[in-house]
Design a binder for this molecule. Structure first.
Ligand code: ZN
Ligand code: ZN
Ligand code: ZN
Ligand code: ZN
Ligand code: ZN
Ligand code: ZN
Length: 518
């Protein structure tokens, strides 16, 4: 793959939304990039501010109101354009009143003579030029406006913050025109921060990166595709639930897995006392925290049964705490606790080992940009840009470890009766290691050899094409794996599954990958 191929790949991944922007001449310099894996656009704070301003301008044009009033309206409706439009068309006057934008029939507080006026806040006479008013027309001197506006902004608390920015006399709102003219720098900054945050929170297509303990001024907006997001700070998370990226698991099961206390679930006694096996799929389910008897198994099983008698819940009444059947005798299933605990332990260990390999790849990726790539750039006389393929390889390794990690949680949630699926998954997991090991070998050992050489090495071009190919092959392999698992391994049926899986994997090219390993 040469430079032009890489560029083409980048273009394919541009989201529809971005494409629209590219086709529209734009005064702002957007520096948006799209990540390979998630079809998510990463926006810098400046890009979002531009979008916010465009939105304000658009509403101002649509309703023929000032930008100031447009901002008040948008903040009031939490930047929900549709809601604003609906209310405005129904009754613009009511909307104006509830937001605090008045239309004066005649100016209030007409001064007694043309040059001076009396300020009712500081009880002093001022010249007329030293006064200001908002849509209500209440005249207040500039000194009083200044202290009023600063005080109000200082007092801003989270809920409905914009609703407190009012005229000293009445519910007329003041917006950013007045704030620009009268607020001190600190208060201006606070106001803009709140306005910006309300825009991001109100927007359905922009989210902040949930990275903890760092101010990541990167925000994200999804395109089509899945919910996986990889931020520029290398934090990867689920767009939908903000947990760490967990595909191919669904959000709900992933949350349950993360909440499980690993030492409890590895202890057969604890498992015996605190969980029951689903009568249909044998997966062990934890008792309800409120001690109600109705149990529901995990998806896709979703079987409803009774904790006490293990019968189907449909044979019970509406009362979730009452069972009139005989209590289940803990005999056969009781012995299964040991097996369940062992199965959990096994999955959890593999989960942990992939997690630590993922962290290792992440550390490597961070180190690449600080020392490895600049060093290699000097030795091989290549630009930093031309060496991006190495970072892409490590980024792929990180993603593979993440996916593999979740396949072990996925494995745990496969019912114990789903033997075929378990065998098939095991095979998939083993096969998935093959391209990954090769990629890892190239990205680590081969790279080290280049780093050890004194000057430009003739192996560099070979290394470059091998690593780029290997990254692509591995990416395809893992994307297929994720898709298969997200489909619930639906193509697995019957007893000869393992053989079929082997054949399928051969057909998809895994064996050839295996053959040319090392
Ligand atoms: Zn005054
Ligand atoms: Zn007023
Ligand atoms: Zn981030
Ligand atoms: Zn999620
Ligand atoms: Zn079940
Ligand atoms: Zn019962």
């Amino acid at each position: 793959m040469d430079d032009s191929d890489i560029k083409r790949l980048g273009e394919i991944l541009i989201t529809a939304e971005e494409e629209e922007e590219l086709n529209t001449p734009d005064e702002h310099d957007h520096t948006e990039t799209s990540t390979h894996q998630s079809y998510v656009t990463i926006l810098k704070e400046g890009d979002i501010r531009s979008r916010m301003k465009e939105e304000i301008q658009r509403v101002s044009n649509t309703y023929s109101i000032s930008k100031d009033d447009a901002t008040l309206l948008l903040a009031h409706f939490r930047w929900d354009d549709i809601e604003l439009h609906k209310n405005w068309s129904d009754n613009a006057k009511t909307v104006r009143e509830s937001v605090g934008i008045f239309e004066l029939e005649r100016p209030l507080d007409l001064p007694s003579d043309d040059k001076n006026f009396y300020c009712g806040i500081c009880f002093k006479i001022h010249s007329l030029e030293r006064s200001a008013s908002v849509s209500c027309g209440h005249r207040v001197c500039k000194f009083c406006w200044r202290s009023h506006i600063n005080k109000r902004i200082k007092e801003i608390a989270d809920v409905d913050w914009y609703g407190t920015l009012k005229c000293p006399y009445c519910p007329a709102s003041f917006g950013w025109d007045m704030i620009e003219s009268f607020a001190c720098q600190e208060e201006k900054t606070k106001y803009y921060r709140y306005l910006f945050r309300s825009y991001v929170e109100g927007s359905k297509v922009i989210k902040c990166c949930p990275a903890k303990g760092r101010s990541c001024d990167v925000h994200l907006t999804p395109g089509s595709g899945n919910f996986d997001v990889l931020c520029l700070c290398l934090l990867s998370f689920c767009w939908n639930c903000s947990q760490d990226t967990h595909s191919p698991m669904d959000c709900e099961s992933a949350a349950k897995w993360l909440r499980m206390n690993s030492s409890d679930y590895q202890d057969p006694n604890w498992v015996r006392e605190n969980t029951v096996p689903c009568p249909r799929c044998k997966l062990r389910i934890r008792e309800n925290q409120d001690w109600s008897l109705k149990m529901r198994c995990f998806p896709p099983c979703n079987y409803d049964f009774c904790w006490r008698c293990r019968g189907q819940w449909t044979e019970h009444g509406l009362d979730l705490y009452t069972c009139t059947h005989d209590e289940y005798e803990e005999t056969v299933f009781g012995n299964m606790a040991e097996y369940a605990a062992g199965r959990y332990k096994d999955c959890h260990e593999k989960w942990m080992s992939n997690e630590s390999l993922m962290q290792k790849a992440k550390a490597k990726l961070q180190q690449l940009h600080t020392d490895v790539i600049p060093d290699l750039s000097n030795k091989q006389l290549a630009t930093v840009q031309q060496l991006e393929f190495i970072a892409e390889a490590w980024s792929q390794i990180m993603e593979c470890r993440r996916v593999l990690k979740w396949t072990y949680a996925y494995e745990y949630y496969l019912g114990e009766d789903q033997v075929e699926k378990q065998a098939f998954l095991k095979l998939k997991q083993d096969n998935a290691e093959i391209p990954l090991e090769k990629l890892n070998y190239l990205a680590e050992n081969q790279l080290n050899m280049l780093l050890d050489s004194d000057g430009p090495s003739e192996n560099f071009n070979r290394f470059r094409s091998d690593l780029t190919d290997s990254t692509r092959i591995t990416r395809n392999h893992y994307e297929l794996l994720v898709r298969d698992l997200e489909d619930g391994l639906s193509n697995v049926v019957g007893a000869s599954t393992s053989q079929r899986a082997r054949n399928e994997d051969d057909a998809s090219g895994s064996s050839s990958i295996h053959d040319d390993l090392f």
